[in-house]
Design a protein around this ligand. Sequence first.
Ligand code: OGA
Ligand code: MN
Length: 211
Amino acid sequence: MSQELFEQLEFQENPLFETIIDDLLEQQYSIVDAFFTASETTQLREHLLAKFEAERFKKSAIGNRTNEEIDKKVRGDYILWIDESRADRVEQLFFQKINALVDYLNRTCFLGILQKEFHYTVYPEGTFYKRHLDTFQNDDRRKLSVVCYLNEDPWPSENGGQLRMYVPDEEKDILPLSGRIVIFESQVLEHEVMEVKASERLSITGWLKTR
Ligand code: OGA
Ligand code: MN
């Protein structure tokens, strides 16, 4: 049997991934609750916090300039890039789930995702990220943005930090609930992180990219 035929026979439709694809086609974004289990989310959060407390994060920047005062008026988050080739056990768990989604998208949608990049993110109280598109640094290879929320339960709406999506004729606010992921078209959907009013907002943010 040829390898190709074998792969076709082996292919298993995945209802969750099919829903994500349908959502993306219909509304340019998809929200999946409990994409990561409570235990996975806790482990990833503890991991993030240990690295943050070890002062390994850097203040995010915009574009190639480095002017912290200007940057802070646009975005106030701190980030730490994750090197998949050096991922530890907890990060491998994260990438296993992400890679399963990427493989599925590549097999069914011909998206041609060949690269990805992910960073840990902390938005301290009082910070935000003004309305923008993810074509930052003129990187037009970014096709899909993926945000995975690692906040502790509960995250009441009084905490702020909603992801606001500017979909045609509507502003859609999404709470950064533990285990939830949001996927959207990086170059199409303008979005914003509303000011964090209480607590700190924790996530892993990334992009699936073409060559
Ligand atoms: C970003 C971004 C959204 C979020 O990092 O570019 O828009 O909900 N993040 O954290
Ligand atoms: Mn963004």
